[in-house]
Design a protein around this ligand. Structure first.
Ligand code: SAM
Ligand code: SF4
Ligand code: SF4
Length: 359
């Protein structure tokens, strides 16, 4: 018989006093896009060895692990990948996760990040399953630039239709993630800002990061957020806003009215500056890979094998004790250390790929 599980005293803090709050779950390492900054075609070609089906956590395994995480303080879940909408019957997993409750009896915030390719078809079913919001990645409005960036010639109109379907289905407020690469899509920043201003959606501009070891990252392709704010603010005046909660990845800027105050109808944008302004100080995110490894940082090279624990018939108490210990020992703060590393660190340290660990 398995022992009853005694939940820990919350909040569970790591070595830098950061609580465990946010769990990102990668449900597949596959994708129908080949964004050069994430899954470059030269590496993720027909010879690339993806995880076999038996290696993937089943929905029941994901739900069981998540339940123990929730007992340890997780309040927010983000499904990601690879492309999460490629995972068959993902709605079933969402139903199971949406049924979980925090120790205080609250529902969880269940969200998903997608490239939007399958969203028009799936938005209503996702909402019906209990998904609250989606974040859609969109790097350009210009069709030619967009097709080049996804590198599978996928038309932008289909992603825009997906965004519209998600809005109709009530999967909002929708966030739009735009990875900005100097020399690739910086001319798309203003058209994107104009398009999403006043739409009820929040455009988030992300500095191109040195994740993984395959994207050939170079600092000179990073457009610092300070330049992005200036570019947008010169045409559409902006005012800084307070963070809405601790550990928020994006710095918030609101569109200003004629008096220079934030105009809530015009909305806001977010700047994710993980290269130029490290935000490890209150990072409360854990990541569960497609095959059940726990990573404590987006830039980690080592994960803790939770799948082995549960497939060895471990009790929830053992899983809970392992999660508690791993989080309490956590010291990760890669973005704060980046500037001290050699420029080619990505090819030297065997960092995990973003398509495997999720964004
Ligand atoms: N396929 C889904 C998508 O694209 O939305 C979910 C997974 S994707 C890895 C999650 C997020 O990571 C996306 O918004 C993507 O743009 C972002 N991302 C991937 N590689 C990145 C990089 N090198 N720098 C910054 N963001 C990146
Ligand atoms: Fe696929 Fe998302 Fe990576 Fe693009 S960013 S290759 S859509 S996983
Ligand atoms: Fe969190 Fe690691 Fe990113 Fe720092 S570098 S914010 S610790 S994921």
């Amino acid at each position: 018989m398995t022992e009853p599980y005694t939940p820990p005293v919350l909040p569970l803090l790591d070595k830098r006093q950061r609580p465990l709050r946010d769990l990102r779950i990668s449900v597949t390492d596959r994708c129908n896009f080949r964004c050069n900054y994430c899954m470059p075609k030269q590496v993720f070609d027909q010879n690339y060895r993806y995880l076999p089906h038996t290696a993937l956590l089943s929905f029941e395994e994901i739900t069981r692990i998540t339940k123990v995480f929730v007992a340890h303080g997780i309040e927010k879940i983000r499904l990601t990948g690879g492309e999460p909408l490629l995972r068959k019957n993902i709605e079933r997993l969402i139903e199971q996760l949406a049924a979980l409750r925090t120790p205080a009896g609250r529902t969880l915030d269940v969200t998903l990040t997608t490239n939007g390719a399958l969203l028009a078809r799936k938005a209503h079913a996702l909402k019906a399953a209990g998904l609250q919001r989606v974040t859609v990645s969109l790097d350009a409005l210009d069709d030619a630039v967009f097709r080049r960036m996804n590198d599978v010639d996928f038309p932008v109109a289909e992603v825009l239709a997906g965004i519209e379907a998600a809005q109709e289905a009530g999967l909002g407020p929708i966030k739009i993630n735009m990875v900005v690469k100097r020399g690739t899509n910086e001319n798309e920043i203003l058209p994107m800002a104009r398009r999403f201003k006043g739409s009820g959606m929040v455009l988030r501009l992300i500095e191109y990061m040195d994740v993984g070891a395959t994207n050939g990252w170079r600092m000179n392709e990073v457009l610092p957020s300070s330049e992005v704010i200036k570019l947008i603010g010169d045409e559409l005046p902006l005012v800084p806003l307070e963070p809405s909660r601790p550990g928020e990845t994006a710095a918030r800027w609101g569109y200003a009215d004629a008096a220079g105050r934030h105009d809530p109808v015009a909305g806001e944008i977010g700047l994710i500056s993980s290269v130029t302004q490290a935000f490890c100080g209150d990072c409360n995110r854990a990541r569960l890979s497609t095959e059940g490894k726990l990573y404590l940082c987006l830039f980690a090279s080592h994960g803790y094998d939770l799948r082995a624990l549960i497939r060895a018939d471990g009790a929830d108490a053992d899983l809970g004790a392992a999660i508690g210990r791993i989080w309490q020992d956590r010291t990760d703060h890669y973005s704060e250390l980046r500037s001290a590393l050699p420029a080619d660190a990505g090819s030297v340290i065997r960092r995990v790929e973003m398509s495997y660990i999720g964004g």
